[in-house]
Ligand binder design. Structure first.
Ligand code: FAD
Length: 451
């Protein structure tokens, strides 16, 4: 394990030592607040906990969707559930009832308010609004530096992450799932409120994988999101133009108003996200590897991850959660990421075949990584085989050869570099919206019209 403290030089002004905490939660977003919530519900509710975030979480910055039959701590704030899902392309629509695992939505603001309200009643849970610039090990725990103040605790749980700041590990895939959505209200009934549209591929692909995601709250109100899997973000106007064209031409909606907007970037990568930054700093959420690389779903994984941590802390064992996924799913994800990154236009036929030739329930269990090997074989047999064979060659023959010849194939060095680069991301203070700023000249993909 690299000694991360040695790499940073603290000025005396930032080493002012404040009272030690039992736990510091660095980043109070989905993972950090979920951890705080479950801690406050456990035998550890009297521990001294500090939650540090530079955002006060007073706005609806995202909505989370997931499917599950299990009850969980946030069922009372579900915005809506859909009993059926549909996937649409030029061949038609595949719609299916989900049985006992409906598709569920929670709005970020409802989640933040629920947790903040619960913790406000517990004086031993403190919030501190500050920018975290560093963290490292002490003799008996770990510290965090935020806005020049140093805080210490027995354990630090870190979920600070900004997708555009992570250094790319060589030999890995680095796609982005980026999307822009509008909550709209239409003048005439336009949606089927019982069905969420997971993917509607009726849009030009421009050498990448693109689709719309439609979640209706009623016949006249829905979240309509334009989603792209690619290595580069688009110009803001490209998302808006695509949304406008889809709503008017594809959905046939003439009159509507935009109530709210949602934008986001989720990393789609097989890069290693270490669960531990150093012995007493545990990574959570996106930075802790909770995002499924080929779908961007993380909410349920985060709930499982933090519940496992709370259980281990209660048993007074090291709170390092077991790896979230069976390794064969990493293999499947790597192949699909390779296809999506280098031959993005092959995404649409693969997803279309997946949804047209398999039962929705089986697909959702596959995406949840709960299928048997036999079920996975049947799923792969339903997909176009050539793109996967080519990806196999590129991933397991071409890329290793390329890195072997270039001398960059040392995986333990890459892992150490991964830890280091995660830590170094903290030291660059970004503008809050920087995750969504396309780099100059990179906004246009092959054949895509200029915004
Ligand atoms: C718009 C959007 C929609 C999504 N929708 C879904 C979905 O439908 N289903 C699903 O399963 N997943 C979804 N995801 C993926 C994933 O569930 C979310 O990104 C989730 O919020 C990840 O949780 P997290 O705690 O790791 O990160 P966040 O929730 O982003 O929390 C990280 C926190 O750290 C803070 N922070 C970062 N750096 C610093 C710093 N240096 N100092 C202080 N604070 C810092 C941030 O302000 C933030 O509050 C979505 C992601 C986005 C962006």
């Amino acid at each position: 394990m690299p000694n991360l403290c040695l790499n940073f030089d603290f000025s005396p002004s930032i080493s002012k030592l404040l009272k030690p905490y039992d736990y510091i939660i660095a980043g109070g977003g989905c993972a950090g607040l979920s951890l705080a919530y479950y801690l406050s519900d456990s035998t550890l509710r009297n521990k001294r906990v500090l939650i540090i975030d530079n955002d006060d979480k007073q706005r609806n910055d995202r909505t989370w969707c997931f499917w599950t039959s299990e009850p969980m701590g946030f069922d009372d704030i579900l915005t809506r559930q859909w009993p059926s899902l549909a996937v649409i392309d030029e061949q038609g629509e595949r719609r299916e009832l989900l049985g006992g695992s409906p598709y569920k939505m929670i709005r970020g603001i409802d989640f933040y308010r629920k947790v903040q309200k619960k913790l406000a009643a517990l004086p031993n849970f403190e919030f501190h609004r500050a920018f975290i610039s560093n963290m490292g090990e002490t003799e008996s725990g770990a510290y965090v530096v935020a806005d020049g103040q140093r805080f210490e605790a027995s354990w630090v749980f870190n979920s600070c992450f900004r997708p555009r700041q992570v250094e790319k590990q060589p030999g890995r895939h680095h796609l982005l799932q980026h999307f822009s959505g509008w909550w709209i209200r239409t003048e005439e009934p336009a949606f089927q409120p019982e069905t969420g549209v997971l993917m509607d591929f009726r849009t030009p692909q421009y050498s990448s994988t693109r689709f719309f995601y439609v979640l209706p709250l009623s016949e006249r109100e829905a979240l309509v999101e334009y989603t792209v899997f690619s290595t580069r973000l688009l110009h803001k106007k490209s998302y808006e133009r695509a949304l406008e064209a889809y709503i008017r031409a594809t959905l046939g909606v003439a009159g509507y108003s935009v109530l709210e907007q949602e934008r986001g970037v989720i990393p789609m990568t097989d890069q290693a996200f270490p669960q531990q930054l150093s012995p007493h700093i545990i990574n959570l959420g996106t930075i802790g590897g909770a995002v499924k690389p080929t779908t961007g779903y993380a909410f349920l994984n985060i709930q499982k991850q933090v519940c496992a941590i709370v259980a281990q802390l209660e048993q007074e064992v090291s709170p390092l959660p077991a790896p979230l996924r069976p390794s064969r799913f990493s293999f499947y994800d790597r192949l699909l990421l390779n296809i999506l990154q280098y031959f993005g236009e092959e995404g649409k036929p693969i997803f279309s075949r997946l949804f047209h030739r398999n039962k929705m329930g089986t697909i959702l269990r596959f995406l949840d990584e709960r299928t048997s090997f036999w079920e996975e074989t049947k799923i792969f047999a339903s997909l176009p085989i050539l793109p996967f064979l080519r990806a196999l060659g590129r991933v397991y023959v071409l890329t290793p050869l390329q890195y072997w010849f270039s001398g960059a194939g040392n995986t333990s060095a890459a892992k150490a570099q991964g830890n280091q680069s995660l830590l170094s991301t903290l030291q660059q203070k970004p503008a809050l919206k920087s995750d969504f700023a396309p780099e100059r000249g990179l906004a246009r993909l092959k054949n895509e019209p200029m915004p």
